[in-house]
Design a protein around this ligand. Structure first.
Ligand code: HPA
Length: 256
């Protein structure tokens, strides 16, 4: 089976349950239950979708929710696939490509990230304006799927809003203080372990991308304290209400 056949088989399964959609949303750490805002929601476990990988991170449910929100037909991912879990990048970006085949032209990516820019504080929300790919990997490596997009896609306007630059490190280790200093000198405002491969696949397929980071912690070496997953989840939980209000406003405005 070709990769395109694999993508289209998953898309056909979802289309059979939920039809086509207008908007895709990837819910990052702490945001998962935002999916419950939708009316007429149908829950599709990733395990039921042919060819979908299995989500392994605690706090990520592994479900696709299809429903209506502010007049748009929306597909929301509760749980995403990360490279650091061992997923090949074609698996990481499979749901994005499936969304593109389901008619989705606009994608909202959310994540938790560490603040590199010293003007930010834990709990701030950052609109992503651009990315730096520090992983050395790219989801478009290998034969190009011409039906999705071009061999050499332009990334000069990957995101639609301006605020800060998100740098992707593969993880699962948090960065070292030296890596954070390097990232800052090279123009990063935040760092994280997701979002960039999904953005690349989305831009390749001609989608419009809005990225929002919840800065859950100051990146490594900025404060005299170790980083922990607990700090990340606690801050994400604290900011959840604000993040949901922002998302709600964006989704309502997109439909207007
Ligand atoms: N680094 C990488 N990923 C993250 C961080 C961080 O500091 N915080 C939340 N996700």
């Amino acid at each position: 089976m070709t990769e395109l056949e694999r993508i289209d088989r998953a898309a056909a399964y979802i289309r059979g349950i939920a039809g086509e959609s207008d908007l895709g949303v990837v819910l990052g750490s702490g945001l998962g239950d935002y999916a419950e805002e939708m009316t007429d929601a149908r829950v599709i476990p990733y395990d039921d979708i042919p060819g979908f990988p299995h989500a392994t991170v605690a706090g990520h449910a592994g479900e696709l929710w299809a429903g209506t929100l502010h007049g748009s037909r929306v597909l929301m991912m509760r749980g995403r696939f990360h490279s650091y879990e061992g997923h090949p990048l074609n698996d990481v970006v499979l749901p994005i490509r499936v969304m593109s085949r389901l008619g989705i032209k606009t994608l909202i990516l959310t994540n938790a990230a560490g603040a590199v820019n010293l003007n930010f504080a834990p709990g701030d929300l950052m609109l992503i304006t651009d990315f730096i790919n520090f992983s050395g990997k790219n989801p478009l490596t290998g034969p190009n799927i011409d039906e999705l997009g071009p061999r050499f896609p332009d990334m000069s306007r990957a995101y639609d809003k301006r605020e800060g630059v998100y740098a992707w490190f593969n993880g699962p280790t948090y960065e070292t203080p030296a890596e954070i200093r390097m990232a800052r000198v090279l123009g990063a405002d935040a760092v994280g372990m997701s979002t960039v491969p999904e953005t690349i696949a989305a831009v390749h397929a001609g989608m419009q991308v809005l990225g929002i980071s919840c800065l859950t912690n100051m990146a490594a070496g900025i404060l005299d304290a170790p980083l922990s997953h607990q700090e990340v989840t606690e801050t994400a939980e604290r900011v959840r209400g604000t993040f949901r209000t922002l998302l709600d406003g964006v989704i309502a405005a997109l439909h207007a």
